[in-house]
Design a protein around this ligand. Structure first.
Ligand SMILES: [Mg+2]
Length: 332
């Protein structure tokens, strides 16, 4: 309606007799008054041309918001070009510094198991050196520990790079990356990038009494670090829970059942926002409400038309009730 009224306004001015400029001005004023009245009326009495306030979330019974990170709260480029590059360039230093520590043992064990699976599946990952095996063989023989240790570190670093190249959602990789990023965040080398509407939305939803949680393939440690070190400051005070893939895949419906159960909320009271359709499929199958988030830099999603979409979180309180297509939405 707005463009139509504006067009009418310009038409009246354009068609006014050129000799009678006062006539045109009068009509312009009248149309502006009518236009203003229309906006006020539609904004306050109906749902509004583009307005559904956050109370609509409450109307839909939503008590929790579950957010994906990459491509939803954070540019994909930040994850791939900044975080992954940092992990790749620092992994060798990190392993050297912490080799033999208890905190690395579990990650290395996990990586070895995943490596064995990759070999079994014929994926030809770079070979892993395991000095435990070599030392066992050399019982009672003096060995130069540094040589084998360096070989193992090099081989793990190469395998980690190989996994990063494939954007593998590997638990061992994610856990190790989280620890590497922690050092970068703490020494100030890394600063997390969020879309500008994210921090205000977290604050607004928190103020509205919603439970806010994250579900990301990054480890829960990496998630907390990211939200603790953003360009908008430490946002962890707004977030209640961090879920990672240790509870299940993001495309598995069982993961969302576990999350709803951990939140102590019925699934239908949770709104899941993600940029990936198969994740929304799984959450929707569990009964959660869903929104597809389309951000700059995100690849096109097959079957995106099945979901109501948003381009930023501001739309959640300003979204047109008739612009969506998917039934599983709090905004339609
Ligand atoms: Mg994502």
């Amino acid at each position: 309606m707005k463009p139509v009224l504006r067009q009418l306004c310009f038409w009246l001015v354009a068609t006014a007799p050129s000799s009678d400029f006062a006539w045109a001005k009068l009509n312009l004023r009248l149309v502006n008054i009518a236009f203003g009245t229309f906006v006020v009326l539609t904004s306050t009495t109906v749902s509004g041309p583009d307005k559904v306030m956050i109370s609509s979330l409450a109307t839909e019974g939503i008590r929790g918001v579950l957010l994906d990170i990459e491509g939803t709260t954070t540019p994909i480029a930040f994850v791939h070009e900044v975080l992954f590059s940092y992990a790749r360039s620092e992994v060798r230093n990190f392993l050297t510094k912490h080799f033999g520590s208890a905190e690395l043992l579990a990650d290395l064990q996990q990586l070895r198991e995943e490596h064995a699976t990759d070999v079994k599946h014929g994926l030809h990952p770079p070979a892993l050196v395991n000095i435990d095996v070599e030392v066992d063989v050399e019982v009672d023989v003096e060995v130069d520990v540094d040589g084998p240790r360096d070989a193992e570190i090099d081989s793990v670093a190469e395998y980690v790079s190989w996994l990063i190249d494939r954007d593998r959602k590997s638990t061992g990789l994610k856990s190790l990356q989280g620890k590497i990023w922690k050092e970068g965040y703490i020494d100030g080398t890394l600063k997390a990038e969020l879309f500008a509407d994210v921090a205000p939305a977290l604050e607004r939803w928190r103020h509205a009494g919603l439970k806010i949680s994250i579900f990301s393939s990054g480890s829960s440690l990496a998630q907390k670090l990211l939200f603790a070190h953003t360009e908008a400051g430490d946002l962890t005070g707004f977030i209640d829970n961090y879920f990672d893939t240790t509870l299940g895949s993001k495309t598995d419906v069982a993961s969302y059942r576990r999350i709803a159960s951990a939140l102590r909320l019925p699934a239908q009271d949770v709104l899941f926002i993600s940029d990936v359709v198969p994740e929304l499929d799984a959450a929707g199958d569990c009964g959660m409400q869903t929104l597809l988030c389309i951000r700059p830099g995100n690849p096109p999603q097959p079957f995106a038309e099945r979901y109501q979409t948003i381009r930023d979180f501001d739309e959640i309180q300003n979204h047109s009730p008739d612009s969506g297509t998917k039934a599983s939405s709090p905004l339609s």
